[in-house]
Design a binder for this molecule. Sequence first.
Ligand SMILES: Nc1nc2c(c(=O)[nH]1)N[C@H]1C(S)=C(S)[C@@H](COP(=O)(O)OP(=O)(O)OC[C@H]3O[C@@H](n4cnc5c(=O)[nH]c(N)nc54)[C@H](O)[C@@H]3O)O[C@H]1N2
Ligand SMILES: Nc1nc2c(c(=O)[nH]1)N[C@H]1C(S)=C(S)[C@@H](COP(=O)(O)OP(=O)(O)OC[C@H]3O[C@@H](n4cnc5c(=O)[nH]c(N)nc54)[C@H](O)[C@@H]3O)O[C@H]1N2
Ligand code: SF4
Ligand SMILES: [Mo]
Length: 813
Amino acid sequence: MTARATACVLCECNCGITVTLTERSLSSIRGDKAHPASQGYTCEKALRLDLYQNGPHRLTSPLKRLPDGTFAEIGWDTAIAEIADRLRGIQERHGGDKIFFYGGGGQGNHLGAANALAFRKALGARYHSNALAQEKLGEIWVDAQLYGGHTKGDFEHAEVVLFLGKNPWQSHSFPRARPVLREISADPHRTMIVVDPRISDTAKLADVHLRVKPGRDAWLMAALVATLVQEDLVDAAFLAARTHGYEQVRAAFADIDIAACAQTCGVDEDLIRGTARRIAAAESVATYEDLGIQHGPHSTLVSYLNKLVWILTGNFGRLGTMYLHSSLSPLVNERPPGTPRQRRHRLAGVAALGPTLAKGIAAGLGLATRVAARATEAGARGVLSGLAPLAARTIRSSGYAGSSARHTPVTGARIIGGLVPCNSIADEILTDHPDRFRALWVDSANPAHSLADSTRFREAMRAVDLAVVVDVALTETARLADYVLPAASQYEKVEATFFNFEFPENVFHLRKPLLSPLPGTLPEPEIYARLVRRLGAVDETTLRRLRVAARAGRDTYAATLLATVAARPKLGAVAPFLLYETLGETLPPELRGAAVLWGASQLCAMSHPTGVARAGFRGEGLAAGNALFDAMLASDTGIVFTRDTWDEVWQYVRRPDGRFTIAISDLLPQIAELHNVRSEWTTEEYPLVLSAGERRAFTANTIIRDPGWRRRDRDGRLRVSPHDARRLGLSDGDTARLTTRGGAAMVTVEVSDTMQAGHVSLPNGMGTDFTAPDGTTTAAGTAPNSLTTVDWKDTFAGTPWHKHIPARLERVG
Ligand SMILES: Nc1nc2c(c(=O)[nH]1)N[C@H]1C(S)=C(S)[C@@H](COP(=O)(O)OP(=O)(O)OC[C@H]3O[C@@H](n4cnc5c(=O)[nH]c(N)nc54)[C@H](O)[C@@H]3O)O[C@H]1N2
Ligand SMILES: Nc1nc2c(c(=O)[nH]1)N[C@H]1C(S)=C(S)[C@@H](COP(=O)(O)OP(=O)(O)OC[C@H]3O[C@@H](n4cnc5c(=O)[nH]c(N)nc54)[C@H](O)[C@@H]3O)O[C@H]1N2
Ligand code: SF4
Ligand SMILES: [Mo]
């Protein structure tokens, strides 16, 4: 038996693995040494992926809810027809914008979402969201203000690293996290700074642990930035050459009372000042902010403060510092300049090659699409090579729409990066407002478990006219749907993620299926193609013409596709469907779902021509994109798709003058206000701060449902400080009642000296149930969102305070 290459799907690192199959079991799993990002590394969780792939949780037939509330198995043709027709009905009665999409890609599967775009557009749907909208919105917005892109740090080479509300020993999020952490910790010349109220596994390795009081990071980070400003530890040359707005930033921090901030956040003033000096003195600094602050009070402000730390000290664009990077397909909406109509043309895949290019080709080929189809491959190539540089320029100058003027239709919540904030979703449904969402589509997500206030979300799911869930398992969310569509697993179809955040070498991995789809299931690209076909969004003549062109060659195909879209711009919106239906037919059948990546490859080659060429994908016109696409199809493991140099990093700054805009006028006034605003959210009734959703050794959201996969901490215990345990008369293993404003749950207590007094912590992903083949059902642990409420959220970006819920703990019995 030979081991085959694929990747782990349990977190966004997607470490390369090799798998040996015994029939349909993933019987032996190892790190894939050939994978350019993970280089053979995995954590313990990957080794039991068979419990995701196989088990009684797998669905094998579409399900339809009957009037009595039970599910009946129905055939695929019936399911597709009924669902498409009912959605069409909702579109006609209420408008396509009342059909709301949630999810579309978890930790390992984004190709379905890329293909679903065409379905969304065919329905005229406008609103969507996913898990990023309950963690990253504030950061995305801040990034958009500062430089217009996503940043990450070069932790492997940084002299000083700062982890802010981030526990990478457990949660990873950068390649080979544990070896990298161990190296930093062991090196006396390097410094690891951890900001966490808990002695996390990462904090145990840290040189400096800033043990902030829960939820007080704004004061700590403001004090850190104020020290840099007041002690003049900033990199003046960097600020002068690469940014504007420092004068306003300086003014905002000049009078901040550092001692008072230290007092509020509970960290010693000298330690804060010493930390600022260490950061300022370092050759290179990289920082990582995550849920500890993104799920807490003032999260958008804290994101800004985090970024000011590395910007003010000039830690960007060098080995070991922060960087912006290429992307194969951006995870959040990017808003190019131009009119809304022009922007619509770029919506997806090839359409985004730009109206200029499409129009030019149509002109070059004599305007008639019929002519384009007959053009010779060589002729098409000539036209394309002339126009590609033009398109490249248009694409490179496009903006980053972390900020946008859009708001949700009912509650008026700010839409950032195109995503509806998760805590607003139920309120967009549970109302008699005429613009409420009427249908809910969920794919690759479990919002009835993962969104704040599960009870309210369930109510919302029951309130819509139609709810459809696409999943591999009958999840908490699927159980509430009108239809459930069973997906092939991530080892049964071609898959990939767009979590491609590395620099200078950025990596993409198109995973090939290890197994055929479980009978009864379909890969998402096929599901969405069937739905779009049923909607009749594209006429047969167009499809036939594109099929003929696809068989003639890639250049003829490109020319024909672009001419088609130029002649009928609306077809640009369903480009993923066009690619699947036509180019897809020329691919090996098991790789058809990857056809959409041809468009992404072309875009990538045009947006990042130097990096793509240096990675080995070269040629005139569309040749570089074709070469990149072919390399993805050919390689079983990850490939480097852009190879940049550090001085090229500035090309990713999306500003006309290439400088950071560092004074954010919406946030700077909040700095002075910190001395007046509330810092304490606990009350006599709820005296503890509950962090609901800690990442532990055996948690992976709700991707593995079999509780048997946990080798430790099977019931997901509530960690309580020895001080609180003593006060409440609790010992290890005791059962206790945990109560919040949102609900109550019985929990098992773990007395842990990693916790500070007043702070308790529950793991994420628990509280799902699992029915074994013998019919017995087990539920392990507490579902964190049985304890949260939707109003507990950031006032600016709407991100939930999952890590900061006032709670009460009581002994029972
Ligand atoms: N093992 C495992 N790994 C995962 C996942 C998983 O489910 N399991 N999920 C993946 C996903 S989806 C994500 S988004 C990432 C998240 O990765 P992380 O953000 O690292 O995960 P958390 O454990 O939720 O939170 C990090 C830390 O925040 C601390 N914290 C709590 N309150 C505060 C506070 O007020 N201030 C500060 N500074 N810190 C605080 C907690 O003690 C915790 O150590 O992990 C990914 N990796
Ligand atoms: N209280 C609290 N709530 C939280 C958090 C917290 O820390 N505390 N963390 C938040 C964060 S950061 C995140 S990322 C979210 C995660 O929450 P969700 O985004 O809801 O994601 P998962 O629980 O990972 O659910 C993934 C779903 O995809 C399904 N699936 C797996 N493979 C496939 C496939 O190939 N096709 C299809 N169609 N489906 C598939 C799985 O069965 C599962 O139901 O939770 C958020 N909620
Ligand atoms: S869970 Fe994350 S870090 Fe662990 S092997 Fe899987 S992808 Fe890698
Ligand atoms: Mo997440």
